[in-house]
Design a protein around this ligand. Structure first.
Ligand code: GLU
Length: 400
């Protein structure tokens, strides 16, 4: 019998972290690898945020923080939610964690009993299902095809709900597809939830600010205020503020749940770094002009990748409304054979081929629950994206 707990056998290591780590190792070993796996902006954290952390350290703000987060940050989060999302929360309805991921972890650990179900539209961010499993819940995965913009429909949601359903996980703009729900689409889902009062909704709004064209972000408790008391609104500083390594995520919701999440935090990390929290106060309360500048660059890169992938044989790709991912289908490459004589039987084979043949690292669609696709993060330099897209075109053309 293994020394390792049985619960670990139910989950996979995070594929996004895994591919990213592998690409880094290959690069360090001297291989010419372009990493398109990392879901993080390549921009530096804005200087005024870095200065706020330096100031906090110089002022001795280096001690333990309350498990819920420092009050100044929770107040800044309340102000942000009111300003941007028309949601009125008080600081005791806010909890701050080590990134969005720990916040989701705390929420699911705090709310799931064995067998409780979580409805997760696929493609989903890799960690939703595995955190659910760690918390002894049951993921109910609902496949949302490209033909419907990778979005769950009210009818699909209605059919997925059972007596055991505890949560619906929503994520818009979505990781890995970049697709964004319109206000009307969210209203359609809210209408279903109104008919199932035992179901709560966890909305991961991490990509709120990274949007393109005329897409307008909205979040479910704003669209349907009657759901406010059973909504957990999640967000974080990682993406829009380029603070992935600072580890600041947060959630706003009913006090009973927030208290339960804090209880877990007192027995795990205590809090995220106090210094990061002070930096986050400045980020949320400070000027936001850099976000539009970054989005302009992301949009150019999105358009570049979409147009170059359009010339790759066997690849088809939707144009995302937000985030910095595209989620192309590689269906046209499945069943083909590589120049080395290997058959491409799955999206995992396809991304392995891209890495081996051309040194391009992407994450396979199976990890996100919908195949045959792969995820490209375009949060990398334009030059590298051009080169990577050329390599993908070449790899696809070499298949027979
Ligand atoms: N959220 C990012 C991604 O999807 C960061 C890595 C992770 O935590 O999964 O790549």
């Amino acid at each position: 019998m293994s020394f390792i707990a049985a619960r670990l056998s139910r989950i996979q290591p995070s594929a996004t972290i895994g591919v990213n780590t592998k690409a880094g190792e290959l690069k360090r070993a001297g291989r010419d690898v372009i990493g398109l796996a990392a879901g993080e902006p390549d921009f530096d954290t804005p200087a005024h945020i870095v200065r706020a952390a330096e100031k906090a350290m110089a002022e001795g703000k280096t001690r333990y923080a309350p498990a819920a987060g420092i009050i100044e940050l929770r107040e800044a989060i309340c102000a942000k939610l009111e300003r941007d999302n028309e949601l009125v929360y008080t600081p005791d309805q806010i909890t701050v964690g080590c990134g969005g991921k720990q916040t989701i972890f705390n929420a699911l650990m705090a709310s799931l009993d064995p067998g409780d179900e979580v409805v997760i539209p696929a493609p989903y961010w890799v960690s939703y299902t595995d955190i659910t499993l760690l918390a002894e819940g049951t993921p109910v995965v609902v496949e949302c095809p490209a033909a419907r913009g990778f979005k769950i429909t009210p009818d699909q949601l209605d059919k997925a709900i059972t007596k055991k359903t505890k949560w619906l996980m929503l994520n818009s703009p979505n990781n890995p597809t970049g697709s964004g729900y319109t206000r009307q689409e969210i209203a359609g889902l809210a209408e279903v939830l109104m008919r199932h009062p035992h179901v709560w909704v966890m909305t991961d709004d991490m990509y709120e600010f990274i949007t393109y064209d005329d897409y307008a972000f909205s979040t479910i408790a704003q669209v349907e205020p009657a759901l406010f008391d059973r909504t957990l609104t999640l967000n974080g500083l990682s993406k829009a503020y380029c603070m992935t390594g600072w580890r600041v995520g947060y959630a706003a919701g009913p006090i009973e749940l927030i208290k339960a999440m804090n209880k877990i935090q007192t027995q795990s990390t205590t809090s995220t770094s106090t210094i990061s929290q002070w930096a986050a106060v400045t980020a949320l309360n400070g000027e936001h002009g850099f976000i539009a500048e970054h989005n302009k660059i992301f949009k150019e890169r999105r358009d570049l990748v979409i147009s170059m992938l359009g010339q790759a044989k066997g690849i088809e790709c939707l144009t995302p409304e937000g985030a910095f991912y595209v989620y192309p289908s590689c269906a046209g490459c499945i069943g083909k054979t590589t120049p080395e004589g290997k058959k491409i039987a799955s999206d995992e084979d396809f991304v392995t081929y891209l890495l081996d043949a051309e040194g391009v690292a992407c994450v396979h669609g199976a990890a996100f629950g919908l195949s045959p696709y792969f995820r490209i993060s375009f949060a990398t330099s334009t030059e590298l994206l051009e080169e990577a897209s050329r390599r993908i075109q070449r790899a696809c053309a070499a298949l027979s």
